[in-house]
Ligand binder design. Sequence first.
Ligand code: NAP
Length: 297
Amino acid sequence: MTANSSSNRRVGVVGLGVMGSRMAKSLLRAGYEVVVYNRSPQPVGELVGAGAVSASSPQEVAKQCRIIVLALLDSKAVETVVLGEKGIVHGLSPGTILIDTSTIGPSASIGVAGKLRAKGAYFLDAPVSGGPEGAAAGTLSIMVGGDRSAFDESREIFSKIGKNVFYLGESGSGLRMKLFNQALVGVYFVGVAEAYFWAKKMGLKIEDLQRIISMSWGDSPVFRHVASTVISGDMKAGASMRNLEKDLGIILQSAKDDQVRLTLLELADRYISKAAEKGYEAYDASMLYSILDEIRS
Ligand SMILES: NC(=O)c1ccc[n+]([C@@H]2O[C@H](COP(=O)([O-])OP(=O)(O)OC[C@H]3O[C@@H](n4cnc5c(N)ncnc54)[C@H](OP(=O)(O)O)[C@@H]3O)[C@@H](O)[C@H]2O)c1
């Protein structure tokens, strides 16, 4: 696989939500020419202000870029952007590499990878972990599955959005690792919510918990995220209920396919689904503690 270096200094980013907009900024900071597209126009202006170039469709991004990063909500979004009308598949040339950082089901990802392979293009499943903080700092953990040579060719881009980048093998293997991570994250979010709900009744202060638990076994990145979000009061900070609900759905379906029962995650899924149903889906899952009574009733 070969590529000239000037085309590799240009990269597309499709999906400018919480994660994609931050990854696009990391790539701009690293000196890349970044071509962006988002379904709704709102987030595009800020990126263009930061130096990105706006494209009118995913197809147009593919005409201009040999490597394209996707940061989309779910498998429906990925299939629409890649295979739909004015999708990437209609603008790409052979050798194009798609780096899909979205968390979607492995089988959906393998399906898209197969369709792109038939066009001579590569689709890497490259889900990330580290939240909005990691995306902003360019320190995400990235778990990659798919063609090895496409991964090798994309290493420099991975190094600008992530700090710990792991190549795991065939298509879908990055996502399988990510689902394990999300299984833990789902349990932590609900556990932190219940413990903090109780801590408030005991009169413990969040600042004290943040300081002391960060040096104790109860610590976790999820706990630290919740503590800093509660302190900032910005409950639209980023790790949305909608994303967590979607991830728990994928996990429980995959476990069911493997004839495995995950009872703690079934409970987490009930809480998060109820929160989403009650209108909190765009809020950070850090706020679960404050609506526990509502979602457990
Ligand atoms: N936030 C986190 O902490 C975090 C951490 C690790 C991984 N992730 C994963 O990363 C991915 C992106 O997360 P995020 O937090 O950035 O989500 P987000 O802020 O909700 O952004 C979702 C993006 O997907 C686009 N989208 C949704 N449905 C679409 C469709 N049918 N067609 C085209 N575009 C569509 C949205 O476009 P519009 O603006 O038009 O709605 C937006 O650009 C998710 O898979 C999530 O699970 C998130």
